[in-house]
Design a protein around this ligand. Structure first.
Ligand code: NAD
Length: 453
């Protein structure tokens, strides 16, 4: 454990204890400062994301900068309501009296971000932590080098340094920061590191929110609107070159409909990114050579029916379709987290839920179908962190919906009020009146008192 890290957390804790972070005006000011940082440095953020992931400006706006701004504005708008005591009913035995939940901040929290949306995935949890009145340490992903450096240089210029700190670095720094006692840890990333985080948190009995990943299935029934379905699958799969935790990982489709769907998807890829996506300003790059090599290895011994081209110099992999991969191949066992979409065909779409239920519970599940009964069947017979019917990823645009996994795809949730609650303790309060007091519960007990029970 480094003395420097211990001093950092001790400093934050003593500022938290001063009560300075509790007044709503103070929280509002910090949120407004974060908004101002995002607006003032929009071009710097776009540039960093371009360097890290080759993100197009519009995509950076949609999924990172605009997303964060909406989140901040939503929190500013609802802050007062969220912080109010939440009244509950009180049973007869406790009358006269009243009961409520009183949200209170947790203290000093730790937020560890992932590299794929390195701006938003680090700062959206921070918005929730600020709104709830906490101090925080944020640890950007070291793999998104430029975004990490930008956040480390900007945040202290806009937010109160006594309350918020950025710790940059990789395994060593994260291991070091995890030795400290926090009041909550929110981690976004893979399962393996999720377990490390949870073990470290257990040492201090610190509660965790784990935003993990998994293989999110995309079921396409033959009664879907083919054109819209293809557009939405291509948009949600190849945004950020497939490096999205809620991207559809694989498609399940009936044999008889597979050719039509594949053709429609290929057409949309060409409409969106041209005949050579390497030349498109709108198509991203793989984060680093290690991940590119991992993705390339998935294509070994597979039936690549579209794409598959790689340019190592550019960290480029084309939008790629694989038909009917072996179910026990790494492509179908591991989360792809890149621009490869396996198309798995089934005899009957009704087999989709069995296919999904034989695997770990996914972070998201997509179903394209007009059939209400199929929609209900899939909803009731499968489990997933979130479900989106007839679209991909759009559930993320609703701040009233919680975002989080189930089973191996994570635990806990955030976004909007759900994030506020994650970083709050909902203190249970009962207030009694003393203007009369019945002695039935006090010793000495007697048969007469028992009759009152
Ligand atoms: P990762 O798990 O390797 O890294 C994430 C963070 O953990 C980084 O900040 C990193 O510094 C830290 N870290 C890495 N190794 C560590 C160690 N040994 N000890 C302590 N800390 C360590 O990230 P990844 O696995 O490459 O990210 C991809 C995964 O994240 C995918 O599974 C994806 O689905 C998931 N993800 C989930 C969400 C979500 O919101 N649910 C969002 C993005 C990514």
């Amino acid at each position: 454990m480094s003395v420097e890290m211990a001093n950092l957390v001790t400093g934050l804790r003593s500022f938290y204890r001063s009560g300075a972070t509790k007044p709503l005006n103070w929280r509002r000011h910090q949120l407004q400062q974060l908004l101002s940082m995002t607006q003032t440095h929009q071009q710097d953020i776009v540039q960093a994301l371009k360097l890290d992931l080759g993100k197009a400006e519009q995509e950076s706006w949609l999924a990172e900068i605009g997303f964060l701004e909406d989140d901040i504005n939503h929190s500013l708008k609802h802050l007062q309501k969220w912080t109010k005591p939440r009244k509950l009913s009180t049973p007869m035995v406790a009358q006269p009296g009243s009961s409520w939940l009183q949200p209170e901040p947790l203290g000093v929290v730790l937020i560890i971000g992932a590299w794929n949306y390195p701006f938003q995935l680090l700062l959206a949890p921070l918005v929730a932590a600020i709104a709830a009145g906490n101090c925080a340490v944020v640890k950007p992903s070291e793999l998104a080098v430029h975004t990490s450096a930008l956040i480390a240089s900007l945040l202290p210029r806009y937010l109160d340094r006594q309350a918020y700190a950025v710790v940059e670095g990789g395994v060593q720094e994260t291991t070091d920061v995890l030795t400290q006692q926090f009041d909550h840890i929110l981690y976004t990333g893979g399962e393996t590191v999720g377990k490390i985080i949870m073990k470290a948190a257990a040492e201090h009995l610190t509660p965790v929110t784990l935003e993990l990943g998994g293989k999110s299935p995309c079921i396409v029934a033959s009664d879907c609107d083919l054109d819209v379905t293809a557009a939405r699958i291509v948009w949600s799969k190849w945004m950020n070159a497939g490096q999205t935790c809620v991207a559809p990982d694989y498609v399940l489709v009936e044999h008889a409909f597979a050719d039509k769907l594949i053709q429609a998807i290929q057409n949309k890829i060409t409409v969106f990114y041209g005949h050579n996506p390497a030349d498109s300003d709108d198509y991203g790059r793989i984060i680093n050579p290690r991940h590119l090599a991992r993705l390339q290895s998935y294509l070994q011994d597979q039936d690549v029916i579209f794409g598959g081209q790689v340019d190592e110099q550019q960290r480029y992999m084309a939008p790629t379709l694989v038909r009917n991969p072996a179910i026990d191949s790494p492509l179908m066992r591991e989360e792809i987290f890149g621009p490869i979409l396996p198309i798995v065909s089934l005899d009957n779409i009704a087999q989709a839920s069995d296919f999904i239920n034989q695997r770990a519970k996914p972070l998201a599940l997509y179903l394209y179908s007009r059939s209400e009964s199929l929609q209900q069947q899939i909803l009731t017979s499968t489990s997933a962190g979130s479900v989106c019917i007839n679209d991909g990823m759009m559930f993320m645009a609703n701040p009233d919906l919680p975002f989080g996994g189930v089973g191996n795809s994570g635990m806990g949730r955030y976004h909007g009020r759900w994030g506020f609650d994650t970083f709050s303790h909902l203190k249970a309060v009962m207030k009694r009146s003393t203007w009369f007091d019945v002695n039935w519960r006090y010793p000495p007990f007697s048969a007469g008192k028992m009759k009152l029970l």
